[in-house]
Design a protein around this ligand. Structure first.
Ligand code: AMP
Ligand code: GLY
Length: 427
C-alpha cells in the first residue's frame, strides 16, 4: 500500500527510513519531509496543518495508511477531520483523536486525567487570568523551586522552573498576560520533582498496547546538562537504570492505567503515547504526556525495533495489536545531534553540509536540512542532523556517533560530547 507520513524532522526521517523497509509499503510519501526523507520516498510539498490539502492528496495518491509524526496536526484535530468523511474514515490512521491529543495539548487536562486515574505525578494547581490574586497568594507560600507550565502547546518553551518567589510571580503574570499567547491563558503550578528522567513509549489501538524500547534524551544545549533547553541534543536506548523492577512499576502504575483511562473515558486513541517520566528515588512519576513519538528518541528507538513498522502500524490501526509481539535489537543505540551555532538562540541557515559520504557505520537522520536546486544539502534549522549508531554497550555506540559526527562539516557546527556520561555509573 501507499503510505503518507506527515512531518519534516529527524523523527520523521527515522520513521521514513523504517517504513521504506516495510514489506507492505509500495510507495512512501512524506509531507513536507526534508533532505533525509527524500532518500526514503517522495517528498510532497504539503502543510500538515492544511487538512483539506492533506485529504485531497490522500485521495489522489491512493494512500492506504496515514502516519502523523508531530503533535500539532493531532492537537488541531486531523484525525477528527478524516473521521468526518465516510471514505477517509476507512483509511488506517496512526495518531489519536483531538480528544486524545489533549493529553499533550493541555497540561491542566493531563494533570486532571492523571488524578482521575491515580497515576503518579507532581502535585499541582491551575489558575487562569481571573485568578491572578489567588495564584500570587498561592505562589507566596509554595516551596522552591516552583514549576510553572503554560497549559497549551508552547513549542517546548512553556515550562519555567523558578528559583525564587519573585521570579515565579513575574513569570506567572507574564504567562497569564499572554507571553505564550493562548497557550498560557491557563497556568499549571507544580511541585518540583527531583530525579533522573527518561522516556517511555506505548503504541495503542485504543484497547491493547505494546511497549517500545525506552530512551533517555538530553535537552540542554551545554555539556553537563547546562544552559538553555533545546529540542534534544542526543539520546540513548536502552536506559541502564530502567531495570525489571522499574519497568514493573512503570507498566502497572502508569502505562496500564493511562491506556485504560483513555478507553474508560471513551477517547479514541490509535497511535503513540509518550510518557515523560522521572524517577523519584525508586518510584516513577509522569512529568508529561505527548501524543506522538519523541524526538530525538525516535532516532534510537526505531533502529532498535526489529518489527516491520508498516505491518505493526497497520495491525494497530486495525485494532489487532494484541496479535503482535515487539522484537527489539539487544544492542544499544545512541544518537548525537549536530546543531547550528547559536541554537537555541538565533542561528544562520543555508550552510553547506559536507562529509556525509565519509560517515561509516552510523545512520544519519536529517532534521533541519534540505536540498537546494543543485542537489546540495544545506542547513535549514537549529537541529540539523542526528548521528545514530549501534554498539555492544552505549559508550561503544556513542564513540561511533562522535567519530562520525566529526566527519560532517558545516559552518557553525556544534554537538555535545558528553551525551550518556551521566549513565556510565549504571554500567
Ligand atoms: P515538559 O515541557 O513538560 O517536558 O517539561 C520540560 C522539562 O521541565 C522536563 O523535561 C523536566 O526536566 C522539567 N520539569 C517539568 N516538570 C517538572 C517537575 N514537576 N519537576 C521537575 N522538573 C520538571
Ligand atoms: N524529546 C522530547 C520530546 O520529543 O518532546
Amino acid at each position: 500500500m501507499n503510505i503518507l507520513l506527515l512531518g519534516s524532522g529527524g523523527r520523521e526521517h527515522a520513521f521514513a527510513w523504517k517504513l521504506a523497509q516495510s514489506r507492505i509499503c509500495t510507495q512512501l510519501f512524506i509531507a513536507p519531509g526534508n533532505s533525509g526523507t527524500a532518500t526514503c520516498g517522495t517528498n510532497v510539498s504539503l502543510d500538515p496543518l492544511d487538512f483539506p490539502a492533506v485529504a485531497a492528496f490522500v485521495r489522489t495518491a491512493e494512500i492506504g495508511m496515514v502516519v502523523v509524526g508531530p503533535e500539532e496536526p493531532l492537537v488541531r484535530g486531523i484525525w477528527d477531520f478524516f473521521q468526518a468523511d465516510p471514505e477517509l474514515a476507512q483509511i488506517p490512521f496512526i495518531g489519536p483523536s483531538q480528544a486524545g491529543a489533549v493529553l499533550e495539548g493541555s497540561k491542566a487536562w493531563a494533570k486532571a486525567f492523571m488524578q482521575r486515574h491515580k497515576i503518579p505525578t507532581a502535585a499541582y494547581r491551575k489558575f487562569d487570568g481571573t485568578q491572578l490574586a489567588e495564584a500570587k497568594a498561592y505562589l507566596a507560600t509554595h516551596a522552591l523551586p516552583i514549576v510553572l507550565k503554560a497549559d497549551g502547546l508552547a513549542a517546548g518553551k512553556g515550562v519555567i522552573i523558578c528559583e525564587s518567589h519573585a521570579q515565579a510571580q513575574t513569570e506567572l503574570e507574564e504567562m497569564l498576560g499572554g507571553k505564550f499567547g493562548t497557550a498560557g491563558a491557563t497556568v499549571v503550578v507544580e511541585q518540583f520533582l527531583s530525579g533522573i528522567e527518561f522516556s517511555v513509549f506505548a503504541l495503542t489501538d485504543g484497547k491493547n498496547y505494546k511497549i517500545l524500547p525506552e530512551a533517555k534524551d538530553y535537552k540542554r544545549i551545554g555539556e553537563g546538562d547546562t544552559g538553555l533547553n533545546t529540542g534534544g541534543m542526543g539520546a540513548v536506548s536502552p536506559v541502564p537504570f530502567a531495570t525489571e523492577s522499574v519497568w514493573e512499576k512503570v507498566e502497572s502504575r502508569i502505562i496500564k492505567p493511562s491506556i485504560k483511562g483513555l478507553r474508560k473515558e471513551k477517547i479514541p486513541y490509535c497511535g503513540f503515547v509518550f510518557f515523560g517520566l522521572i524517577m523519584v528515588d525508586e518510584d516513577p512519576y509522569v512529568i508529561e504526556y505527548n501524543c506522538r513519538m519523541g524526538d530525538p528518541e525516535t532516532e534510537v528507538v526505531l533502529p532498535r525495533l526489529k518489527n516491520d513498522l508498516g505491518a505493526l502500524l497497520l495491525s494497530c490501526a486495525r485494532g489487532q495489536l494484541a496479535r503482535t509481539r515487539i522484537r527489539t535489537d539487544k544492542r544499544a543505540a545512541t544518537t548525537i545531534f549536530l546543531v547550528s551555532g547559536g541554537y537555541p538562540g538565533d542561528y544562520a541557515k543555508g550552510k553547506l553540509i559536507s562529509g556525509l559520504d565519509k560517515v561509516k557505520g552510523s545512520l544519519v537522520f536529517h532534521a533541519g536540512a534540505k536540498n537546494d536546486d543543485q542537489g546540495q544539502t544545506l542547513t535549514s534549522g537549529g537541529r540539523v542532523l542526528a548521528v545514530t549508531s549501534f554498539g555492544k554497550t552505549f559508550p561503544d555506540a556513542l564513540k561511533r556517533s562522535r567519530n562520525n559526527a566529526k566527519k560532517i562539516q558545516y559552518e557553525g557546527k556544534y554537538f555535545r560530547k558528553d551525551i550518556g556520561k551521566d549513565l556510565e555509573r549504571y554500567l
